[in-house]
Ligand binder design. Sequence first.
Ligand SMILES: Nc1nc2c(c(=O)[nH]1)N[C@H]1C(S)=C(S)[C@@H](COP(=O)(O)O)O[C@H]1N2
Ligand SMILES: [Mo]
Length: 267
Amino acid sequence: MKNVIKNKISQIFSTADSEAIVQEAQKQIVRHLDEPSRRRFLRQGLTLGGVAMLSGCDISDNESVDKALMKVSSFNDRMQGWLFGSTRLAPVYAESMITRPFPFNAFYAEDEAPVVDGSSYRLQIAGLALDKRDWSLATLHKMAQTSQVTRHICVEGWSAIGKWGGVPFGDFLRLIGADLTAEYVSFKCADNYYTSIDMASALHPQTLLALTYDGQILPRKYGFPMKLRIPTKLGYKNPKHIEVIEITNKFTGGYWEDQGYNWFGGS
Ligand SMILES: Nc1nc2c(c(=O)[nH]1)N[C@H]1C(S)=C(S)[C@@H](COP(=O)(O)O)O[C@H]1N2
Ligand SMILES: [Mo]
């Protein structure tokens, strides 16, 4: 049983020492238990197996282990937010190191990538922002742009270096009068993909509303007309083909996150 738990933990925690995280999580749990449970928990020792007590259910099946670990995972979201939140910069690379061709990935094959008409496209803003006017592509392209060469890391076990250009996302959020004290920014995409990020990561200086790839208009396969490029997070936190951006205090999860991938998804 311990091995099932260990395997699950190593799937969820890509960035940190899982034993240390579990120990920290257990301290948090103990703090929230009522007195008899606390004593029982401490008597059993702060073991890895003790994580199962999180859910209070039998850990002999995979589903309960999943449930227990999801709770540890959401604790881990907060810890990663605190560790990596707003200041740590992702490494940048020389243009000569760009991976060619850059890999395509989505929950479908490349020829099924959505076809978005750039001339009628409007980016929609929802939730906690003062200015919720739609954005045409032309207007977005008129904003001050920057570019960066960074490494994209996919949870499936590959990574590649690419060059994305666009508007610093923090600048965009300030421009629309987004409530910067809100918890989350969530994204809805043309292929029904969705994800959400914490506000500190949205405001990170390297987070871009990307309109170009390698100096060219973002190609269809890489997320035309626009994607979020966030080099401090794993690939699945980089939504392509964005249609709606919502500033919210409501947790909205994500396509892969709702299937068990860690929500914070730091890389
Ligand atoms: N809209 C949308 N965005 C998405 C995905 C997707 O399926 N749909 N897949 C994610 C995953 S898992 C990865 S690794 C990257 C791949 O981006 P790329 O095709 O530019 O390499 O897109 C992310 N963003
Ligand atoms: Mo990915």
